[in-house]
Design a protein around this ligand. Structure first.
Ligand code: GLN
Ligand code: ZN
Length: 774
């Protein structure tokens, strides 16, 4: 079947599926932002990006991946690998057609426009990449999208490394996943599915493989994670046959490189048999398992993804070696690898000099994970090698050290969790709570509020960074924050909002802020990972049992309450979101870790209540983010995640109103879970869907308070009074008015004051108008 010449390539000893692209000092971000702001021209930007690529290849080689066998991936992207694939196959939406060169090339300027939009040109939509915090750009595919081998950036990057002395392995999003992740272009006929264009798309991939072969590539990696996600594959009939047909066609390309098909983020067992035409398969053996049917691996190079690509812990290499040996019984060749690209972890833990040394010894960032796969390669090659034996023993010792280290297990926390009864997760009946809250709060119908944050002005950022550099003393910083709160309180009173917030000026980030004040977490200095494009996040590391040494938000909320007679809403981040946006310990079930965080928050709720704060909001914007890719796993996830929210909030008295905020409107699949949170008031995104979400809510019989966002905070656009009135009228038409709250879609921290003030003024005015109609 294979058209590939059978001359033997040097066989890989180890590999990784991809490597961080941001650069050890975020060089990619800096280069792109310089281009966007006009501080750098195209040539200078290309030079800066090429330096990141060259540095990556050299680094991977220095860490032990050979220069000449294609085990070093060429996995760079200036913004997003899905966008890279789209431009490589000519799938650029019509509205950007003028930006594409006659040769199909898309320069960085044009590429940035497709990614970020410009003027009236809307960018590609962005959405979450599988179960990670990375976000990709969604291709728009219609019945007439003209696929062809177009932009050849990937081929040029391969050639550039080759000229530098490194034979790398280009990485491209596979054709099936590319279409599964695409959306139907505007104007496509009803029912059109991008996957129906697979045959046409394959022509472009054939051209791509030919171009890589001509440039000297011996292997190409095609990433097919779409195959592990039930939501990506839902509704596609005969997908295994499509996969088989696609790869048979690609395998028939004359003179092509060998093909490695990777299925990261899960288990693609049911599709492996359809990959018989390719030479290599990369399995995620962290989320997935060794195939039950060994025949699907026969004759193949199998990359055993035993080193976790999306956490930061040193792996259990002894167990990993056992897994690889089991694979060796069925595959022609087994290569130790990472489960996913290393895109999801920071570069190098050895730079974290501020972390306690003992904690550091338990961690593996990208470079350490490369060393792990290389070590496993040596272990497979020679089980008697004394050096290897010593290194495996050292790795096992570091893991063992972690399990028993002080702070990893705190008996008091374990005892408290073990003693919990079902009562700890349950509040009184909602009817009882509602009566108590109505009496305590005395709010009007259609109460108005915000989601918590007010604009983070340059002054706030400056003060915070001066304080963190030690240039502004604690006292001065706190005084600054109190003045900021005063301003935000006065503004809210002037605007006539009913429930006030303090504005969150003290928070750098809604998770990091809590992580910094809880025991059991560590924060890094250089631990950036790409969130999307040039944006990065620095997730805290949740390494030990969680406790709250002191109240966190109480001083800010009580100060706020002292400045106004209106009810003030305390503001906390929920346990699921704290886990979702951190690197979480892997030595106990996530549900146990979530409950530990929940207990710390429960104490915070109690302290807020004792200080007279009658409303507490516990944000869970990430509740849906962690939803498992396989439907069969979702119920168990929702059980523990909902339970942890309830544990955090169920200690509140009947009269204390518990709010939650969720950042999305796709309610259908999780509405029962949202109902299960048992919050008194739930605010959600709804402006972009024109409140359609309310029909779902009404259908589900959701009986508690609901605040459908009446304007989109992701844009500076100010909604008119009439527009908000229209949305509120449709809200009260589908849900009883006494349930409806009036609020924006999300927090205001990324907005400016001018549009925030005007938008909130219109929101309050609209609420008054509709209230008068009731
Ligand atoms: N309370 C947070 C804020 O207002 C909520 C942010 C979020 O949901 N992502 O910023
Ligand atoms: Zn939100």
């Amino acid at each position: 079947m294979s058209q590939h010449p059978t001359t033997d390539q040097p066989a890989w000893t180890a590999t990784v599926l991809g490597y961080p692209r941001i650069g050890p000092d975020r060089e990619t971000k800096k280069a792109l932002e310089a281009l966007w702001s006009g501080r750098a021209d195209l040539a200078a930007t290309e030079t800066a990006l090429a330096a990141v690529r060259a540095g990556t290849v050299r680094r991977l080689n220095a860490l032990g991946l050979p220069a000449h066998d294609a085990s070093i991936p060429s996995s760079f992207s200036a913004y997003d690998q899905v966008l890279d694939t789209a431009v490589a196959v000519g799938a650029v939406p019509e509205r950007f057609a003028d930006l594409v060169g006659a040769d199909g090339r898309v320069d960085l300027e044009a590429y940035s426009t497709i990614a970020r939009g410009r003027g009236a040109l809307a960018p590609l939509e962005m959405t979450k990449w599988f179960d990670t915090n990375y976000h990709y750009l969604v291709p728009e595919i219609g019945p007439t999208t003209a696929f062809r081998s177009a932009d050849d950036r990937g081929v040029r990057e391969f050639a550039e490394a080759l000229a530098d002395g490194f034979l790398t392995r280009p990485v491209v999003v596979g054709p099936v996943t590319f279409l599964l992740l695409a959306k139907a272009a505007d104007g496509s006929p009803e029912g059109f599915a991008p996957i129906s264009r697979l045959e046409d798309l394959l022509g472009a991939y054939e051209g791509l493989l030919t171009a890589y072969a001509a440039a000297g590539a011996t292997w190409v990696q095609l990433d097919e994670p779409g195959l592990v996600s039930d939501s990506a594959t839902a509704g596609v009939d005969g997908l295994a046959d499509l996969v088989r047909g696609a790869y048979e066609r690609l395998a028939a390309v004359p003179g092509r490189p060998r093909l490695l098909v990777a299925t990261p983020y899960g288990d693609a067992q049911e599709f492996l048999g359809a990959l018989s035409a390719v030479e290599g398969i990369a399995l995620d053996l962290v989320e997935g398992s060794v195939p039950a049917d060994p025949s699907v691996l026969a004759g193949k190079t199998v990359v055993g993804g035993v080193v976790d690509g999306h956490n930061v812990w040193r792996g259990d290499l002894v167990q990993a070696r056992e897994t690889l040996r089991r694979l060796e019984e069925s595959a022609a060749r087994v290569v130790p690898g990472t489960s996913t690209s290393l895109l999801h972890v920071p570069h190098d833990v050895s730079r974290e000099s501020a972390l306690p040394e003992r904690l550091r010894s338990w961690l593996a960032f990208a470079d350490q994970k490369v060393a792990e796969v290389v070590l496993l390669g040596r272990a497979l090659a020679d089980s008697g090698d004394a050096g290897v034996t010593a290194e495996l023993a050292a790795s096992a010792a570091a893991r063992a050290d972690r399990l028993g280290a002080p702070g990893v297990v705190r008996p008091a926390v374990r005892d408290r969790l073990a003693a919990l009864t079902p009562e700890a997760f349950r509040r009184s009946d909602y009817a009882v709570r509602r009566a108590a809250q109505e009496e305590a709060l005395g709010l009007p119908l259609l109460p108005t509020t915000t989601i918590g944050s007010f604009p983070q002005t340059p002054e706030i950022r400056r003060a915070r960074s001066a304080w963190s550099r030690g240039e502004l003393a604690q006292e001065g910083y706190e005084e600054f924050l109190r003045a900021e709160i005063d301003r935000v309180v006065r503004l809210q009173e002037e605007l006539g909002l009913d429930v006030l917030v303090h504005g969150e000026p003290e928070r750098n980030d809604m998770v990091q802020y809590f992580a910094e004040q809880l025991d059991g977490f560590a924060v890094t200095e250089h631990g950036w990972v790409q969130s999307y494009g040039s944006r990065g996040v620095r997730p805290p590391i949740l390494w030990g049992d969680v406790t709250r040494p002191a109240p966190i938000t109480v001083p800010w909320s009580t100060y706020t309450a002292s400045r106004t007679a209106k009810p003030v809403k305390g503001m906390l981040t929920g346990p699921v979101t704290i886990l979702a946006w951190s690197f979480v310990r892997d030595d106990q079930p996530l549900g146990d870790t979530a409950n530990q965080v929940a207990l710390a928050l429960r104490d915070e709720v109690a302290d807020l209540e004792a200080a007279g704060i009658g409303i507490v909001q516990v944000d869970e914007p990430a509740l849906r983010e962690l939803l498992p890719l396989r439907t069969a796993d979702q119920a168990a996830y929702l059980d523990w995640s909902v339970a942890s929210f309830r544990l955090a909030t169920a200690g509140a008295a009947d009269a204390t109103q518990v709010h939650t905020h969720l950042c999305y409107s796709e309610f259908g699949e999780v509405i029962e879970a949202i109902d299960g949170l048992d919050a008194d008031v739930t605010s959600i995104e709804a402006a972009r869907s024109r409140m359609e979400v309310l029909e779902d809510i009404a259908r589900a019989g959701f009986a508690r308070g609901i605040g459908p966002g009446v304007y989109d905070i992701h844009s500076p656009r100010v909604p008119s009074v009439e527009e908000v009135v229209g949305l509120l009228r449709s809200a009260v038409a589908s849900v009883p008015a006494r349930q409806v709250w009036v609020n924006p879609d999300c927090g205001l921290k990324t907005r400016g004051y001018a549009e925030t003030t005007e938008s909130l003024r219109n929101l309050v005015e609209a609420a008054r108008t509709v209230r008068a109609e009731l």
